[in-house]
Design a protein around this ligand. Structure first.
Ligand SMILES: Cc1ncc(COP(=O)(O)O)c(C=O)c1O
Length: 430
């Protein structure tokens, strides 16, 4: 049984998978009499079945105890966000005091920029990737203008130097060196949303710091996907969301990392009472005294109903650990790559790097041709045909289909199903 394109081969891989039981912990959307092959965990992860119980626990406590629920039981609301701190730190490779769940991704990016983007006339510039997720660009551009600088000269957007919109480390290093003396900040993605390329966080951080800049990361597509080591890799800050690989639900409360070296600094920040030193918060004194660590950037009392599904998700991450998840992810995505090479090489081009060390779960695919169509038209046609067969990927303009096998709930059989569904489209059977 050496042909990967067989049910037996996929089944053997799934039978040997130590994480195969995890799928049963999630609600998998239905398709006909069966389940979808859901490859959109890079957009909205599936619902952990335990999420409902955690949300209901909050609702029940609210109904039965109202304000007193802040101080009763093991899930009391006053320290509720602290229940998330350690498991979240384990997912992103941080010290517990370096992480906090709060706000949304873009809001956290702005709050981090308030503290860490401190432009001067000599050093006003920000380096980012051209083609970044638009929200990041809007945030950076608006921060530049807010400080009285001109994005036309001070927002440096590095163009990709590799096919398919990928970057070489050399190009990133050259840009940091070239602009170094003017750089206030480097903001980079952990995993690029369109291409799926993963970057060397430690090396980009080292280069940025050597140039005298602050270094931050958007880990929207990296958290829960790669085995991050934020503390050791050393960026100054990072932000991410929890609705993708972290499976905490639509618009879930987001994540934020502030490196321990900034835990006790008097950096300027936009303050709110929940960031005030915990021991004295309820003295209601007029002077803000930040609590050490990432918690000191909180503004408001946390949305407990919003945190409840994240708790459910983190329990699963804690049960298996990022190393085991990453090992399965490498197997699933490697299998996807192998089958595309074997069965779909004239139909699909893989945009994502072939080196597993430079990608996470996602493969970004361009459709070359099929059914008499080419390029974008072929892409849209395939995408629609996949959806009609219960194989869910997502579409990113102008011409990319993203397929992300999530190790929490996808199987090798799902991957084989994707390839067969794409073949059925090509051959006019779907
Ligand atoms: C890479 C990246 N950055 C930023 C965002 C914006 O996130 P939010 O709407 O949660 O602020 C997203 C959303 O999908 C994203 O993928």
């Amino acid at each position: 049984m050496t042909n990967p394109y067989t049910d037996q081969y996929a089944t053997a891989l799934d039978d040997a998978d130590p994480l195969r039981g995890l799928r049963a912990e999630f609600h998998v959307p239905r398709h006909g009499d069966g389940e979808q092959a859901y490859f959109v965990g890079n957009s909205l992860g599936l619902q952990p079945k335990a999420a409902r119980a955690h949300v209901e626990d909050v609702l029940d406590k609210w109904a039965a105890e109202a304000v007193e629920a802040h101080f009763t039981g093991t899930t009391q609301w006053m320290p509720y966000h602290a229940l998330l701190r350690e498991p979240l730190a384990r997912v992103v490779g941080a010290e517990p005091e370096e992480v906090v769940a709060m706000n949304s991704l873009t809001a956290n990016l702005h709050f981090m920029l308030v503290s860490f983007y401190r432009p001067t006339r000599e050093r006003p510039a920000i380096l980012m990737e051209a083609g970044a997720f638009p929200s990041d660009r809007y945030a950076l551009e608006s921060q530049l203008r807010f400080h009285g600088f001109d994005p036309a000269t001070d927002l440096i957007e590095l163009e990709p130097d590799q096919p398919g919109g990928r970057f070489s480390m050399e190009a990133i290093a050259r840009a940091i060196e070239l602009h170094g003396p003017r750089l206030a900040l480097v903001l980079w993605p952990g995993v690029q949303y369109r291409t799926g390329q993963a970057f060397d966080v430690a090396e980009i951080t080292r280069l940025g710091h050597a140039a005298g800049a602050i270094v931050g990361f958007d880990h929207a597509h990296a958290a829960g996907n790669l085995a991050l080591r934020l503390h050791d890799d050393g960026p100054d800050f990072a932000v991410w969301c929890h609705y993708k690989y972290m499976n905490a639900g639509p618009g879930a409360v987001a994540g934020c990392f502030v490196h321990a070296r900034h835990a006790r600094t008097d950096r300027p920040r936009f303050a709110g009472w929940w960031g005030h030193e915990e021991a004295t918060r309820f003295r209601m004194e007029p002077t803000f005294q930040p609590t050490p660590g990432a918690d000191g950037w909180q503004l408001s009392n946390p949305p407990i109903l919003g945190l409840a599904p994240l708790r459910a998700s983190l329990e699963l991450f804690d049960r298996v650990g990022m190393q085991a998840l990453r090992a399965k992810s490498l197997s699933l995505t490697g299998y996807l790559e192998t089958l595309i090479a074997q069965r779909l090489s004239g139909t699909l081009a893989i945009v994502t790097p072939g080196d597993p060390g430079q990608r996470g779960a996602q493969l970004s695919l361009r459709v070359l041709e099929g059914r008499g169509l080419r390029g974008r038209d072929a892409g849209r046609s395939l995408f629609d045909a996949l959806s009609a067969q219960g194989v869910l990927g997502d579409w990113r303009e102008p011409d990319v289909i993203r397929i992300s096998p999530a190790p929490m709930y996808n199987s090798h059989a799902d991957v084989l199903r994707f390839v067969r569904a794409a073949e059925a489209w090509r051959e006019g059977r779907a």
